[in-house]
Design a protein around this ligand. Structure first.
Ligand code: ATP
Ligand code: MG
Length: 414
């Protein structure tokens, strides 16, 4: 029955995988909090216009990847393919433009109609950060350092490298664009069809092409760094020096680009070799023209987004579940009191597992399967004495203790 399958490119996230995702998001959230970011949760769908205007009609996402539909009221709606556009919209619609700088963290599902493969889904999840209102390189340094710290605290720092480049300011980019167009026009016939189309609309994006023939031409293409004007060069050097002084390792990749006009100066990716073709785990850059493009006042911005699925695949061990305490009633009469004890322990912050049925042997087996650290066994005799048997499930040691002491005695198992 096809209707019981999840839609292509979507999946049910359970158990270890779910814990992996939660772990990535909570480490990201916690570090962002330490950096003074506040969380924002924008709607999962927006008017399609929001994405068309910010991502550009010519971008891959808008031309090929949007989950767009008309709702019952006839509005053109799109499930968000990324987080920055919605945040830029929220920034303007909530009148935050006088409250600068704004530092936002976000987390949640994103939707793109792409060909599903390892590390590439149609519903995937991101954490991301944005700083709005800071024109100076300090913000670039800060968001990149935050990303590096997140990878470090997730224990995947040594599996990733930071690649960084500068797209310069408008003047530098225009100069580079001209030489790039001249260069690729000279090799027009050798370019892939996609790249030939980009030559008119979006020539910088050719550098991003994965086509083999294109890659050979790209290897010989002129370098952006030769066309940075003085101010852009100084901006980039400040970013590089700042990162170096924080001990963030990086490698300058002159081919790293973002295609859209409002991207400028810093572009970066944290990539890994471990995941095959889908190697980018964090991608970001500076987008000083974006808010203006959306109809807001000119406001600089810089940020990144990280793929939660890809990061969680890099984790060497899924985060462990806390070990529960098993409460085990033996016999009918113990059921009610056992419920009460489990309840009290849970109120006191303990993780408690209580099976719903079965004899002592079956319940002990369950405790073992749940990796319980201790069992509180309640038989009729013990209950008459207002006590329980507490068994350490690692050492096997056990003793009878008064129920009143239970909460305290269990603190050894926290
Ligand atoms: P790619 O080159 O892999 O297509 P992208 O340039 O489209 O990535 P961004 O839009 O910059 O990616 O998104 C930031 C991050 O989100 C990526 O580095 C990646 O980790 C993750 N990501 C993007 N698209 C997907 C997807 N379809 N499935 C899973 N993760 C994704
Ligand atoms: Mg993509």
């Amino acid at each position: 029955m096809t209707s019981l399958k999840p839609v292509r490119g979507t999946r049910d996230i359970m158990n270890e995988e779910c814990r992996g995702h939660r772990h990535v998001a909570s480490v990201g959230r916690d570090i962002a909090r330490r950096y003074g970011f506040t969380e924002i949760a924008t709607p999962i769908f927006e008017f399609s216009e929001v994405f068309k205007r910010t991502l550009g009609e010519a971008s891959d996402i808008v031309t090929k990847e949007m989950y767009a539909f008309e709702d019952r009221g006839g509005s053109e709606i799109t499930l968000r393919p990324e987080g920055t556009a919605g945040i830029a919209r929220a920034f303007i619609s909530n009148g935050l433009t006088q409250n600068l700088p704004c530092k936002f963290f976000y987390e949640g599902p994103m939707f793109r109609y792409e060909r599903p493969q390892k590390g590439r889904l149609r519903q995937f999840h991101q954490v991301g950060v944005e700083i709005l209102g800071v024109p100076t390189p300090q913000a670039d340094i800060e968001v990149i350092a935050l990303g590096a710290q997140m990878l470090g605290e997730l224990g995947v720092g040594d599996k990733t490298v930071l690649e960084i480049n500068s797209l310069g300011d408008r003047e530098s980019r225009a100069a580079y664009r001209d030489v790039l167009v001249a260069y690729f026009t000279g090799h027009r016939d050798a370019l892939s069809e996609d790249s030939r189309a980009r030559l008119e609309r979006n020539p910088l994006r050719i550098l991003d092409s994965k086509d083999k023939g294109d890659r050979e031409l790209i290897a010989e293409a002129p370098d952006m760094s030769d066309y940075l004007n003085e101010g852009s060069r100084a901006f980039f050097d400040t970013v590089l020096d700042g990162l170096e002084s924080l001990g963030v390792e990086m490698s300058v990749n002159p081919r790293l680009v973002r295609g859209l006009d409002y991207y400028c100066h810093t572009a970066f990716e944290f990539t890994t070799e471990v995941l095959g073709a889908q190697g980018a785990v964090i991608a970001g850059g500076r987008y000083d023209g974006l808010i203006e493009q959306m109809g807001g006042p000119s406001t600089p911005g810089v940020g990144w987004a990280a793929g939660i699925e890809r990061l969680s695949m890099l984790l060497s061990e899924p985060p462990a579940l806390p070990r529960p305490i098993a409460v085990i009633p033996v016999g009918e009469g113990a059921q009610g009191p056992a419920m009460g004890i489990a309840h009290t322990l849970r109120e006191n912050g303990y993780v408690v597992d209580m099976g719903y049925s079965g004899n002592l042997a079956k319940r002990m087996k369950r405790a073992d399967r749940m990796n319980a650290c201790a069992a509180v066994i309640l038989g009729d005799d013990e209950l008459e004495r207002n006590s329980a048997t507490l068994r350490d499930l690692d050492s096997g040691e056990q003793s009878e203790i008064p129920l009143d002491d239970l909460t305290d005695r269990l603190s050894a198992f926290r």
